[in-house]
Design a binder for this molecule. Structure first.
Ligand SMILES: NC(=O)c1ccc[n+]([C@@H]2O[C@H](COP(=O)([O-])OP(=O)(O)OC[C@H]3O[C@@H](n4cnc5c(N)ncnc54)[C@H](O)[C@@H]3O)[C@@H](O)[C@H]2O)c1
Length: 257
């Protein structure tokens, strides 16, 4: 008999699943027995990810989805319901960086970052949780950041969006607990993904910046997506059944100082 996975039979929706932490979470959830609804605004890379995950033996659909668009969320939830009849796990992972200094930032840039990183998380819970509640409850995992706990010069909108996610998580956890939905946030340190490598590449002094960032992690390196995916699987599984409204910090000691 094959081994039962840690999230066997659960239906998990992962946004931003085409790259980085979302892609690695999709792989990890698939290996642990989940059925997957993968979404991303990058359709080609998202479809390729769905093919890869199907190769791991998971039942999976991919949907093109912009998390800032309410009508996209309605379509995603309807498609998930039609294909799987339920949703047990929501990983609100899609996000964008935004290294614009406060005094140079436009309202449009502010709204772009907070629109994806914070409005997107609100819309996700607003549209997915009714189905979760209807089918017996579930687990919502909102990807915040160390920059949702401490500030960083030059990243005001990003920090505001991620700090917002942390408290949106706690307020929602209190409201949804009686309905059987747990809501937790994950706070990664710097992780080797396209988001970080692109941001470093765009700075003239990317290598120096990278070395400086590494020194801020007590473990002396950046993390890798698998180290965040491990935490996401834990929060998705019933192993975390007494956790709600909490912050899972996976940061190599960045915020310990
Ligand atoms: N990499 C890090 O160091 C780090 C640290 C802390 C938190 N995070 C957070 O982790 C999450 C994943 O980041 P990553 O590093 O894997 O980045 P990434 O750039 O590799 O992947 C992000 C994915 O989100 C998708 N996306 C962006 N905007 C979208 C939108 N409007 N609608 C749908 N999809 C959209 C992108 O197409 C991409 O596939 C983000 O929320 C990020 O803020 C990352």
């Amino acid at each position: 008999m094959s081994k039962m996975g840690r999230v066997q039979g659960k239906v998990a929706l992962v946004t931003g699943a085409a790259s980085g932490i979302g892609a690695e979470s999709a792989r990890a959830l698939a290996r642990e027995g989940a059925k997957l609804v993968l979404t991303d605004r990058a359709a080609e890379a998202g479809n390729a990810m769905a093919d890869e995950v199907a190769g791991l033996g998971a039942e999976v659909i991919f949907l093109a989805h912009d998390v800032t668009r309410e009508e996209d969320w309605q379509a995603v939830v309807a498609a998930a319901k039609e294909r799987f009849g339920r949703l047990d796990v929501l990983v609100n992972n899609a996000g964008v960086g935004g290294g614009v200094p406060l005094l140079e930032s436009t309202l449009e840039q502010w709204r772009m970052v907070t629109g994806v990183n914070l409005d997107g998380v609100f819309l996700g819970m607003r549209h997915v949780c009714p189905l979760m509640i209807e089918t017996g409850g579930g687990s919502v995992i909102n990807i915040s950041s160390i920059l949702g706990k401490v500030g960083q010069a030059g990243a005001a909108a990003y920090c505001a969006s991620k700090g917002g996610v942390a408290l949106l998580t706690k307020a929602s956890a209190l409201e949804l607990a009686p309905m059987g939905v747990r809501v937790n946030s994950v706070h990664p340190g710097y992780i080797e993904t396209p988001m970080v490598s692109t941001a470093l590449h765009e700075m003239g002094n990317g290598n120096e910046m990278r070395d400086l960032l590494i020194t801020r992690h007590a473990l002396g390196r950046m993390g890798v997506p698998k180290e965040i995916a491990n935490g996401i699987v834990f929060l998705a599984s019933d192993e975390s059944s007494f956790m709600t409204g909490s912050e899972l910090v996976i940061d190599g000691g960045y915020t310990a100082a």
